[in-house]
Design a protein around this ligand. Structure first.
Ligand SMILES: *Cc1c(COP(=O)(O)O)cnc(C)c1O
Length: 397
């Protein structure tokens, strides 16, 4: 057998997590990841996917994916910089730039990969990055990879950001300084204070970087958080994912033509990892067509989100301070949050518990992601189960 020290490390680590209620059991769904899912033969109202607009299972999207597969095959065959750039990749990037109101865009294999690529393509060991304390794990990893000095500022605390930006500039220690934030924070559903961030960035000549994975398709009539605030010409990097509201897989960076040209020669996942599958590119193009033709799905998402939030709040749950359809139910204790999620599951509602390290210790929650694809009946069923289980567990009166 293999290494004894590895075996000991894994056994102890797994046992430790399980004893603390922090080990995540993975469910397998059979069939589509739609508003109702099936797990081990059981049908559940699904409140845990990022498929905000229902596009992951949309008919037009499926047909576009199939058509691209028929035309180009199942794989792109190479990395983008050798000969893995198909005309649908280029078309997708043109569409994305248009959609985001920027000069240009570059597509990657995932949103995670965008953060691996884009931060280290520009920032290095002589630079500094001001990073919101609740930024997504892929931002944190991207910052680490760059080798730049990472300076955390308190979540959404603009006074702290200003003070740390000022100190960083006055220290004279750094070449370039970047400020980096999620557009929408996925665990609480709050929106970054971009107007203030831009003001501080202008004062101290900071590079601005917004990862809008949860904002695109949701805010700004679909175009995202930056457009929502009318700041498209003021944010240097706009990161998006093609896996959440867009419903497929992949990611992109939108910005100036020079920035995108630079990422095409320095964004390492673009150079060293095979490009998006033709089906993904084709389906993503169709998603942007759907989003630009009408705001119907966007409007339905907000209607459903507002309804779910109001009803859960009425029941007496702590739903935090979400400003988007993301609806957390904050329980606090990790084991209790997991028990709550498990009881909801037994009652036919899939709402995942989210615990440390995804959220800070003591703020464990069950997070709800309503979508445009849910009917009012599905939401009412989920709300009734929340009431039942919440009372049984003594979480509400
Ligand atoms: C989900 C998410 C990502 C990762 O996107 P994928 O396309 O799923 O890899 C990156 N950044 C943020 C802020 C996210 O929420």
């Amino acid at each position: 057998m293999g290494s004894k020290s590895l075996e000991k490390f894994l056994k102890e680590g797994l046992n430790d997590l399980k004893s603390k209620g922090l080990y995540n059991e993975i469910n397998t769904i059979t069939g589509q990841n739609g508003p109702v899912i099936e797990i081990e033969g059981k049908k559940l109202v699904n409140l845990s996917s990022n498929n905000y607009l229902g596009l992951a299972t949309n008919k037009r999207m499926i047909e576009a994916g199939l058509a691209a597969t028929e035309k180009y095959g199942v794989g792109a065959g190479a990395v983008r910089t050798i000969n893995g750039t198909l005309d649908i990749h280029v078309k997708l990037e043109e569409k994305l730039a248009n959609f985001k109101h920027t000069e240009a865009a570059i597509a990657f294999q995932s949103g995670f990969n965008c953060n691996m690529a884009a931060i280290s393509a520009v920032m290095g060991k002589n630079d500094a990055i001001l990073s919101d304390a609740l930024n997504h794990a892929s931002i944190i990893d991207g910052c680490r990879l760059s080798g730049a000095k990472i300076i955390r500022f308190e979540h959404a605390d603009m006074e702290d950001l200003r003070a740390k930006a000022k100190a960083a500039v006055e220290s004279g220690l750094y070449g370039k300084i970047m400020v980096i934030t999620d557009g929408v924070f996925s665990m609480d559903g709050d929106i970054a204070k971009l107007p203030e961030i831009v003001e501080i960035a202008e004062e101290f000549d900071l590079i601005t970087y917004v990862d809008d994975a949860h904002g695109s398709g949701v805010l700004g009539k679909g175009a995202g958080t930056v457009h929502h605030f009318g700041l498209s010409h003021k944010i240097d990097f706009q990161i998006g994912t093609l896996s959440k509201a867009i419903g497929v897989v992949g990611g992109y960076v939108a910005g100036s033509k020079d920035l995108i040209d630079w990422l095409k020669v320095r964004g390492r996942p673009f150079l060293f990892s095979t490009s998006l599958t033709p089906a993904s590119a084709g389906a993503c193009i169709e998603a942007i067509n759907i989003l630009t033709e009408s705001t119907e799905l966007h409007d339905k998402l907000w209607e459903n989100g507002n309804y779910l939030k109001a009803e859960l709040k009425n029941l007496g749950f702590d739903i935090g301070h979400s400003e988007t359809p993301i609806t957390p139910c904050i329980i606090g204790d990790a084991a209790k949050a997991q028990e709550f999620s498990k009881r909801l599951y037994e009652e036919g509602v899939y709402a995942k518990a989210i615990v440390f390290p995804t959220v800070p210790l003591g703020t464990a929650r069950v997070r709800n992601m309503p979508s445009a694809a849910h009917t009012k009946e599905m939401l009412d069923e989920a709300i009734a189960k929340y009431a039942k289980v919440g009372r049984e567990m003594g979480l509400i009166k």
